[in-house]
Design a protein. Structure first.
Length: 77
């Protein structure tokens, strides 16, 4: 095989690998957002929408993070 064709094939393989990595990262981001949405839904169910709206974004993120950590610890027990 010529050097040019080999380089083309290697380039195509690298592009395919990069595309697969980006896709996997995208799927992980979607999964993470779904977990956050689920936690926020649970908070709304317990506290009510008005109370959740009163939380600052930082406090909401902290609470959601704590909920996720708690859930992960429960699963790993």
């Amino acid at each position: 095989m010529s050097t040019f064709k080999t380089e083309q094939r290697e380039h195509a393989e690298n592009l395919a690998f990069d595309k697969a990595e980006l896709y996997n990262e995208h799927l992980q981001e979607i999964e993470e957002q779904q977990k956050i949405d689920e936690c926020e839904g649970t908070l709304i169910a317990y506290m009510g929408l008005d109370e959740v709206k009163k939380l600052s974004k930082d406090n909401l993120n902290m609470i959601v993070g704590a909920m996720q950590e708690y859930a992960e610890n429960r699963v790993n027990e």
